[in-house]
Write a protein that binds this ligand. Structure first.
Ligand code: SF4
Length: 389
């Protein structure tokens, strides 16, 4: 592997740590249409060089705090409307009970998810906040994060476009936060496209949030959604935008590559699932563009083949929950952690349970959070086996 010499000069340069231009990335992609070998081998080589044979995951519970959302993305089944059976407006009591249960299941992460600023559109959301004693969803998240920490779980909030002050407050209790870039293309926000009815997904808006997270030094999870009608150039530009942000602020802790899966109750119900060969090329290209970064695919969205992605560049499975569904993709249940462990091993990789913050970002968090991690971390910065197995 280390002496790998490929026919492609561009890929040989990548293996020698030389940076790759946008035009060269497009060329690599075009060449991969004839043969994927060189692309996949390069990605595999970079993965082993930079991440060894470790693959990580975060043991989480998914808190569907409120799924009313002022936006409408054409692919989203998470969002609910008032009166729908799937609506979630978690009370303080429900949050506490789920935290206690998550602790019993030895979860480490409390993933707090909400729709986009629901109180701006729905009286139901305003009433729910009032009943629980809060003025905004962000305030409620700050409170919930404090309770999570008290009960021994580490919060990671993904609540859409929070403002600078809200993020600064949440940083006190959240070891990391998340917001998907999805795609940097303005075209995908035009009429008939997936983000037309989602002002929060305007690329400039999303980039601003990510910039703010950089200024605040918040370890940030972001990523792209693959297969929603984008061009390859738009995908490449999105990955390059993430790379640039990380070069500027150094706070992007991981990049999620999520393959689109159509949902029957959405506008995009008839759009086919992302082609796996195409998705694999995007994964391998991401490793080539971001050789040292953490790259994740959700295993539940490729249930039959997720382990094969270990050979083309990924080093993380993201959050896996033993007790709550994936509310964003409810038709895809999480694989059992034991099974993921077994499949990773069969492919030659060791599964480690990480915190919702990667060890290389520990210096970004405050002393109180760092001490709580230190209580249950092993010598490599992962969760000690007895706290998650
Ligand atoms: S993806 Fe997020 S912003 Fe878009 S409709 Fe769903 S909850 Fe709202």
């Amino acid at each position: 592997m280390t002496n790998l010499v490929l026919k492609s000069e561009i890929l040989n340069n990548v293996l020698e740590n030389k940076s790759i231009t946008r035009q060269e990335i497009i060329e690599v992609y075009e060449n991969s249409k004839k043969n994927t070998n060189d692309l996949f081998l390069t990605a595999q080589n970079l993965r082993i060089k930079n991440k060894g044979n470790t693959v990580t995951f975060s043991k989480k519970a998914f808190f569907n705090i409120v799924n009313l959302c002022k936006d409408t993305c054409s692919y989203c089944t998470y969002k609910a409307e008032p009166g729908e059976e799937k609506i979630s407006l978690m009370s303080k009591k429900q949050i506490k009970e789920l935290l206690q249960l998550a602790k019993k299941y030895k979860c480490v992460e409390a993933l707090f998810v909400t729709g986009e600023q629901p109180e701006q559109k729905y009286p139901e959301a305003r009433n729910w906040l009032k009943e629980n004693g809060f003025k905004s969803t962000a305030e409620y998240l700050i409170h919930s994060s404090e309770i999570a920490l008290e009960l021994g779980l580490f919060p990671h909030t993904n609540a859409g476009n929070l403002n600078f002050d809200e993020m600064r407050e949440l940083k006190k209790t959240n070891v990391s936060m998340g917001i998907m870039l999805e795609n940097i293309s303005e075209r995908l926000t035009k009429k008939g496209m997936p983000h037309y009815l989602a002002a929060s997904k305007r690329p400039q808006t999303r980039l601003k949030i990510l910039e703010n997270s950089g200024k605040l030094k918040i370890p940030m999870t972001t990523g792209i959604l693959v297969g929603i009608g984008e061009t390859i150039e738009e995908i490449i530009d999105s990955i390059l935008a993430i790379k640039q942000l990380h070069e500027k602020y150094g706070n992007i802790q991981e990049v999620i590559l999520q393959n689109f899966q159509p949902k029957p109750d959405t506008i995009m119900k008839d759009t086919p699932s992302t082609n796996e060969e195409y998705f694999k090329k995007i994964v391998a290209l991401s490793r080539i563009i971001l050789p040292q970064m953490n790259i994740q695919i959700p295993p539940n969205l490729s249930p039959k083949s997720y382990q094969s992605f270990l050979q083309i560049g990924i080093n993380d499975w993201g959050g896996i929950s033993p007790l709550t569904p994936d509310f964003v993709n409810p038709e895809f249940s999480w694989p059992e952690i034991n099974k993921v462990d077994e499949n990773s091993k069969k492919s030659g990789f060791n599964l480690k349970c990480r915190f919702p913050i990667y060890p290389e970002f520990f210096s970004f968090i405050n002393k109180e959070l760092r001490n709580k991690i230190a209580d249950i971390e092993n010598e490599d910065g992962y969760v000690k086996e007895e706290y998650w197995r």
